[in-house]
Design a binder for this molecule. Sequence first.
Ligand code: NAD
Length: 510
Amino acid sequence: METLIKPGADPQTLLKNVPRSGSTMLMYIDGKWAEASDGASRTLLDPATGAPIASVAEGTRDDAKRAIAAARTAFDVGPWSTMTAADRARLLFRVADKIEEYGRELQYIDTLNNGKPLRETEYDVADAAGCFRYYAGLATKPHGQTFDVPGPSQSFTVREPIGVCGQIVPWNYPLLMAVWKLAPALAAGNTCILKPSELTPLSALRLATIFEELEFPAGAVNIVTGAGPVVGAELAENHGVDKIAFTGGTKTGRSIMSAAVGNLKKVTLELGGKSPNVVFADADFDTAVDYALFGIYANAGQVCSAGSRLVVQDSIADKFVAAVVERAKKIRVGNGFDPKTEMGPIISRGQLERVEGYLAAGKDEGARLVCGGERLGGALAGGNFIAPTVFDGTNRDMRIVREEIFGPVLVVQRFKDEDDAVSTANDTIYGLAGAVFTQDVAKAHRVIRRLRAGITWINTYHPTYNEAPWGGYKQSGIGRELGTYGYDAYTEVKQINVNLDVAPSGWFEG
Ligand code: NAD
């Protein structure tokens, strides 16, 4: 990727390609750039400094309704839904190419808006291009089945798009979460209204300029910015929406699901987690330490699948925790634009205060703070920085063990044997992810099969593949994204039966 923008470039230069009215960046509805119906806007703050970075149109329920109507027409009348799969695929391949062409810009926009280090946003952009490319390829692949049925009949299935899809995403991977939603939905022939997080809409708006540049039909993709309880709630409630796909917190997921009841729209939910990272005494020590750090401190712990519970065998626990702490203290925390930065800020002041609440709760409940546990000041005082934190001496009833913190806070849970490891790991309302570290292959497989979680790793943590299904057990969600599962989740299955002996049945004799 070519370097287009220098680190620390001012937001105005970085965001120059997103259309605006005055100083307000616009949203994308029915192929046009639009202000909010009431003219309102929201100021975004740089999580690393607290400085204002942009003003963005704050969509209303009327804006969401306009986008739904545009998506309805693009689906019910066309042309998006009447295009061939090959034509859709051609366009989606070009989106992937454009994401790469503007990759540096998208990378910097996400670092500016979310705060995460450049080393992370570089991966996010590459993954986003890969995701569009994967689904562009999948659009033209076989999707149906044929059935040998009794009688002179042929029975088979085709997969058809569901229709108009409302898609609501969080702030922790602004570009990537948008792409995970849009790419499979568009590949399958649906039309979309995407609502980015109100905190991080900038890369989604830059993505909209790509759809415009490639002359996607009006209404096929709409990006409506604004608040969850306003724009998001309208998408979840509106009977013109056939499917709602949501990624975010479990509490919000519940309200989406009940809002979707009115017209029984299809619902997929990718929610929170409190995932166990299980380390046996026979694990490769250095590898397990390394991934324990990566599991919780990547993206400052603001990852749904974060390995936030270190479940470690008691015979090595003291040595293991000491090694984790030693390295956690060396993590370079700072502004994401500094190429040396390894961990960035928390997304917002509100989220920072939430994490601080858990730090206080951990101390109050009697957990032993062995690393971090505080907000960072000095040169970082203007931003939302929390030191990499480790709590040892926990028990299963503590809030820091039971609840998703969504920050750089690792809790240590010790276990005696295999059964204790599994029982500790599974003692959670969540079931998103989990990992096992051991050099005993049979034990690794035994334990991973007993974990009640949808995404699991053996001797690694976090790798995520566009090709493989993503989603959770228990209260971590409903349905799967990515892979062929993610495509199927944007389709209805139609059964088609053909009579091969065209003659009256003779059932009624008269
Ligand atoms: P959130 O639930 O507060 O918000 C997510 C999105 O929902 C935002 O766009 C928000 O505006 C919108 N929203 C909020 N209230 C709404 C309502 N009443 N109706 C409709 N939409 C509404 O979550 P967040 O704080 O942005 O993100 C953090 C959460 O996301 C964490 O719990 C994390 O685990 C989860 N997450 C899950 C995955 C996954 O794949 N399972 C991935 C990333 C994040």
